[in-house]
Design a protein around this ligand. Structure first.
Ligand code: ROI
Length: 159
């Protein structure tokens, strides 16, 4: 069994129902349990500002799926819940599910990078992650509590 943290983001349609649907869908994956769900936050868009605020949250799951199997599974959920992948990488999205951490694995490949390449800089990842895992230490031995000190809330509030 691996312990995995997944970031959830949405800023189109009805973000909270997409988030809840995504959590329900993750619960149905083979040999996967959702252990914790962070509070939902409302964050300012990173990237172009002419898009709605985001709903962001983080989930802690336990799974026997391997990293690439889990990636396919969450991409399938994104697709089923209506995400249209736009050419604009920084544009709005109905649902985004990113694997942040997979045990203490460090993986760099064309398809998947773990830990998530920018997680240490994103308030909308660090704060919900801290809510559910305040003692967490990243594979590079950095503590979530130390990382949090360096990243301001940037007007993020509870959803
Ligand atoms: N900005 C916020 N606040 N939250 C996100 O989840 C998010 N996701 C993205 C980009 C476009 C980088 N901006 C975001 O993919």
């Amino acid at each position: 069994m691996a312990i995995v943290f997944i970031a959830l983001g949405a800023n189109l349609g009805d973000p909270s129902s997409q988030a809840n649907d995504a959590i329900e869908a993750i619960k149905t994956l083979t040999s996967t349990q959702v252990l914790q769900v962070s509070p939902f936050y409302r964050s300012k868009p990173l990237g172009p500002q002419d898009q709605p605020d985001y709903l962001n949250a983080v989930l802690k799951i336990e799974t026997t799926l391997l990293p690439l199997e889990l990636l396919s599974a969450v991409q399938e959920i994104e697709k089923n819940l209506g995400r249209v992948r736009k050419s604009n990488r920084w544009g709005p999205r109905t649902l985004d599910l990113d694997i942040l951490l997979y045990d203490d694995l460090i993986l760099t490949s064309e398809i998947l990078t773990i830990p998530h390449y920018d997680m240490k800089n994103r308030e909308f990842v660090l704060y919900p992650l801290f809510d559910i895992a305040p003692e967490l230490v990243l594979p590079d031995k950095q503590r979530i509590s130390d990382l949090l000190q360096k990243v301001p809330m940037n007007n993020m509030v509870r959803w």
